[in-house]
Design a protein around this ligand. Structure first.
Ligand SMILES: Nc1ncnc2c1ncn2[C@@H]1O[C@H](COP(=O)(O)OP(=O)(O)OP(=O)(O)O)[C@@H](O)[C@H]1O
Ligand SMILES: [Mg+2]
Length: 253
C-alpha cells in the first residue's frame, strides 16, 4: 500500500516549518558572532529541502534554532502553527519528542539495544503505541527485516544510519531534521540512506530538512537553500549535483 502525495496537495498545505527574521548572536561585545542575520525561510510540507553553504555560514545554527535545540536571539520559528520561540522548556521538550524527528551524523543508537528496540525507543519513551503497519513498511523499505535482532556493533555504518532513519520515521513526526546524515558513510551507504529519505518523502509525505556539504546528497532534495555569512543568499529547485556545485563555487568565490 503506497500513499502517493500529489504535488498539488503538497503545495496547498501550509509550510511545516517557518522562520521569520531569525537572528542568532553568540557571545557579546567584541567577541559577538552573528551566526544568523535576519533569516526568513519556509519549508514546505511533504518536501525534502537541503540547507547548504560554506563552513561557518550558519547551517547548523539555523537547524538547531528551527528544531528548538537552541534559542534564537530574535525572530520567530513556527512548527506547523506553533510559535516555538514562546514555549517554556518543558513544552519545547514535549514538542521535540512528539513532533520532530532527528538524524545526526553520529547515528546515536543505544549499543545495548537491538535494531528493532532502537527503532521503537522514541515511541516507547513517549508512551505511544507503534503503528505496526507503518513499522513493517518502514523496516521493509529500509531493508532491515533480517537485521532487526542485531545490535548496532553488528551492523554496517549504512545499516546503522538506516536504523536511525527508521527510528525518526516511525513516530510520523511533523518534520525530520537531519544534520549531515551521510557525513560518516561511504558513497554507496550514503546513497542507500538518501534514496530512503527520498522515498519517505514521496510515499509517506514526510517533510525533511537536511544540512549537507555534499552536492550529490543535496541533489536528492526538491529544493536547496544556500547560506553565506549567516544570510540566505540563493536557492535551487530541482537541483542536480552540477547545479548545486556551480552555486557553491559562486558563493565561495
Ligand atoms: N556555541 C557557539 N559559540 C560561539 N560561536 C559559535 C557557536 N556555535 C557556532 N558558532 C559560530 O557561528 C557561526 C556559524 O556556525 P555553524 O556551526 O552554524 O556553521 P555551519 O554552517 O554549520 O558550519 P560547518 O559546515 O562547518 O558545520 C560560526 O562562525 C561559528 O564559529
Ligand atoms: Mg555545521
Amino acid at each position: 500500500m503506497s500513499v502517493i502525495v500529489p504535488p498539488e496537495a503538497r503545495s496547498a498545505a501550509p509550510p511545516a516549518v517557518v522562520a521569520n527574521n531569525l537572528v542568532k548572536v553568540y557571545g557579546s561585545g567584541d567577541a559577538a558572532v552573528h551566526a544568523l542575520k535576519d533569516v526568513s525561510v519556509g519549508f514546505e510540507t511533504g518536501a525534502f529541502t537541503a540547507i547548504m553553504g560554506p563552513s561557518g555560514s550558519g547551517k547548523s545554527t539555523l537547524m538547531h534554532c528551527l528544531a528548538g535545540l537552541d534559542t534564537a536571539t530574535r525572530g520567530v520559528v513556527r512548527i506547523g502553527d506553533t510559535d516555538i520561540t514562546t514555549l517554556k522548556d518543558k513544552e519545547l521538550t514535549l514538542l521535540r519528542r512528539d513532533r520532530i524527528g532527528f538524524i545526526f551524523q553520529a547515528f546515536n543508537l543505544l549499543p545495548t539495544l537491538t535494531a528493532e528496540q532502537n527503532i521503537r525507543l522514541p515511541l516507547e519513551i513517549a508512551g505511544r503505541k507503534a503503528d505496526e503497519a507503518l513499522f513493517n513498511r518502514v523496516v521493509d523499505t529500509v531493508g532491515l527485516r533480517d537485521r532487526l535482532r542485531h545490535r548496532p556493533t553488528e551492523l554496517s555504518g549504512g545499516q546503522q544510519q538506516r536504523v536511525a532513519v527508521a527510528r525518526a520515521l516511525i513516530s510520523r513526526p511533523q518534520v525530520i531534521f537531519a544534520d549531515e546524515p551521510t557525513g560518516n558513510l561511504d558513497s554507496r551507504s550514503g546513497a542507500e540512506v538518501l534514496s530512503f529519505l527520498r522515498t519517505s518523502v514521496r510515499e509517506l509525505g514526510q517533510t525533511i530538512v537536511m544540512v549537507t556539504h555534499d552536492p550529490v546528497a543535496a541533489s536528492y532534495a526538491d529544493r536547496v537553500v544556500f547560506l553565506r555569512d549567516g544570510e540566505l543568499v540563493s536557492e535551487l529547485h530541482g537541483p542536480t549535483p552540477q547545479s548545486v556545485h556551480d552555486t557553491l563555487m559562486k558563493l565561495e568565490a
